[in-house]
Design a protein around this ligand. Structure first.
Ligand SMILES: Nc1ncnc2c1ncn2[C@@H]1O[C@H](COP(=O)(O)OP(=O)(O)O)[C@@H](O)[C@H]1O
Ligand SMILES: [Mg+2]
Length: 341
């Protein structure tokens, strides 16, 4: 069992969802169901397993059901059918008291609109979650100061949200979510409103934090570049249905259909493809393959970083694993072929 298990979720919006649900369960599409019943399919037969410590990205066009899906995880929305399990516990069976405790203890949320309290300082905003948990003042302020520093905002503790730029406000949002030490971060288009450079900084910041914290992150975006950069795995939604789930390289190399292909067409492949995928593997019996004179690169190096090495060393490159063992080779021609594909 995974840490989070979403099993055959359907969400129908409208007053009498049963007929639309039956049609969705028969596999009818969102448009036909709307025409026949006047009900909107938010999600249709979505199943997902999310592992502890992974950054799981949900991607899709506007209206594809991303927010509907993430709102099921904190039960802002209940499904019309299906189950949602956290660590084996069905959250749909929780009492209100249990649900509130679960949300407070396990979940941190970061939204696109930063949702900060305008009349509270940065310090009070970040400490807010602990205040709700009735942590005493000194403790919660200490924790808040720690996280404010961690997200690069030391010195702004006494500022008010409207004195900060969008990027800084989103850092406050992130610090606020982290201060209660949740196991899971739910981030719905958290960076989508930011300017491109600020957005890229925030992505880097999140990746740096995640490499230290190992939270389970469910990150929603409509931007494939962002999905590929952040996601250990990516799920792609279309009209409420799950079209594909896979590692970034799988999405780019083997798009499941034209919808996914349309997303992947314009992305920078060299940022996604890694040495491990491109190399000619060395099997265990022929460790002598490759040459001692060739440079060595890490298996997870990205194509964009491999390219200059391949050009400088056209004879070949050795690919090594984290134990510095040679596991494959790459030639300049292979590298260029991968770029052109
Ligand atoms: N409260 C609601 N009432 C009726 N329809 C809704 C509601 N929330 C979302 N929808 C519909 O469900 C679909 C998915 O919406 P949403 O999850 O917000 O998409 P996304 O976040 O991917 O843009 C859309 O067709 C939307 O119009
Ligand atoms: Mg949304």
């Amino acid at each position: 069992m995974s840490y989070i298990d979403i099993r055959n979720i359907y969400k129908i919006f409208g007053p009498n969802p049963q007929k639309a649900l039956t049609l969705a369960q028969k596999g009818e599409n969102k448009n036909d169901i709307l025409t026949q019943t006047g009900h909107t399919v938010g999600l249709s037969n979505v199943s997902l397993s999310i592992e502890q410590g992974e950054t799981f990205v949900v991607m899709g066009l506007s209206g594809s059901g991303k927010s509907t899906l993430i709102r099921h995880l904190n039960r802002l929305i209940d499904p019309t059918a299906g189950e949602i399990l956290f660590g084996g516990e069905n959250i749909l069976n929780m009492t209100t008291a249990r649900l509130n405790a679960f949300r407070r203890a396990k979940l941190g949320m970061v939204f696109q609109r930063f949702g900060l309290l305008p009349h509270c300082t940065v310090l009070d905003n970040v400490a807010y979650g602990l205040k709700i948990q009735k942590t005493d003042r000194q403790k919660r302020q200490d924790a808040a100061r720690k996280w404010i520093e961690r997200v690069g905002l030391a010195g702004y503790e006494d500022s008010f949200p409207d004195e900060l730029s969008g990027g800084m406000q989103q850092r406050v949002g992130l610090a606020r979510a982290l201060t209660t030490n949740p196991e899971v971060l739910l981030m719905d288009e958290a960076f989508s409103a930011l300017d491109p450079l600020i957005r890229s900084d925030m992505q880097d910041e999140l990746m740096k934090l995640q490499s230290e914290l190992h939270k389970t992150i469910v990150f929603i975006t409509h931007d494939l570049d962002e999905a590929l950069k952040l996601g250990d795995r990516i799920a792609i939604l279309k009209d409420g249905a799950m079209i594909q789930v896979g590692r970034p390289e799988e999405i780019v190399m083997k798009p499941a259909d034209d919808y996914v292909r349309a997303f992947t067409r314009d992305i920078n492949r060299s940022r996604v493809l890694r040495a491990k995928t491109l190399m000619m593997p060395i099997d265990d019996n022929t460790q002598q393959a490759g040459s001692g004179d060739w440079p060595e690169i890490a298996a997870d190096m990205r194509l964009e970083d491999i390219l200059p090495i391949a050009i400088a060393c056209p004879a070949g490159i050795n690919v090594v694993n984290h134990k510095q063992q040679r596991i494959g080779t790459l030639s300049k021609d292979q590298v260029i072929a991968a770029l052109a594909a």
